[in-house]
Design a protein around this ligand. Structure first.
Ligand code: PEP
Length: 256
């Protein structure tokens, strides 16, 4: 049975005290949890957030990394550094990284490989633009973006999570319908089966991201191929993020 994962991507939001207050609330509420809980704060706050959540069920992840182990790469952060400040996971290929910073599937494949080498769980984000969906390109785009896994072995897939995030649903308030989400997730699982075989495909978690909120989370998380949520805006407030985690706990108990 796949364990539901609820991940919060704070993006470039929340200064230190606001982030700390949010994580204090989360770690107090979830000393343990039946779902995996991950928060991804901005890089300067990773260590302080990690200190706040240690001893609770909440884990900390980076929003990005560079593939090189060290060296003259001004502004970048390595997988080793993420581990050193307490991260167990990292987001790779978020649509904002692809769109604002020109990250390509080739670059992302190197980042995925580097993150796995450093023992980080990778959340590889994929998703189509609105124009691509409207021109029936969704599956072709997702298939191409899965080339981010080109250096990943079947064994390493145990430490990989895919996040399906239709770009038209990110930060827009427009959520994919449950049918659209389930269809894309089933397609991705089928591609994983082609790449790695049935066992890996069945075991790999595929999260949905794109305007997940308290009031749509349970329906999305109840879809058979939706194994969690990657949450942006609604992860910035304890109440709304906790409501989504609670929906995950409910969906998880139905899976058991
Ligand atoms: C995201 O940033 O990955 C995201 C899904 O954002 P939002 O929940 O705000 O749409």
């Amino acid at each position: 049975m796949r364990q539901i994962l609820v991940a919060g991507n704070w993006k470039m939001n929340l200064l230190g005290t606001a982030g700390t207050a949010l994580t204090d609330g989360l770690s107090a509420k979830y000393p343990t949890s039946s779902v995996e809980i991950l928060v991804c704060p901005p890089a300067p706050y990773l260590a302080s957030v990690h200190a706040k959540v240690s001893g609770s069920a909440v884990r900390v992840g980076g929003q990005n990394l560079y593939f090189a182990p060290q060296g003259a790469f001004t502004g970048e952060v390595s997988g080793d550094m993420l581990r050193d400040v307490g991260c167990s996971s990292v987001l790779v290929g978020h649509s904002e990284r692809r769109q604002c910073f020109g990250e390509t599937d080739e670059l992302l494949a190197k980042k995925v490989a580097a993150a796995l080498q450093h023992g980080l769980q990778v959340v590889l984000c994929v998703g189509e633009l609105l124009a691509e969906r409207q021109s029936d390109q969704t599956e072709a785009v997702l298939k191409k973006q899965l080339t981010g896994l080109s250096q990943v072995t079947a064994e390493q897939m145990a430490n990989v999570v895919i996040a399906y995030e239709p770009v038209w649903a990110i930060g827009t308030g427009v959520t994919a319908s449950t049918e659209q989400a389930q269809q894309a997730h089933a397609f991705l699982r089928g591609e994983l089966k082609t790449l790695y075989g049935e066992q890996v495909a069945v075991a790999t978690r595929i999260l949905y991201g794109g305007s997940v909120k308290a009031d749509n989370a349970l329906e999305l998380l109840s879809q058979p191929d939706v194994d969690g949520a990657l949450v942006g805006g609604a992860s910035l407030k304890a109440d709304s993020f906790i409501a989504i985690i609670e929906a995950g706990i409910q969906a998880m108990s139905r899976r058991a």
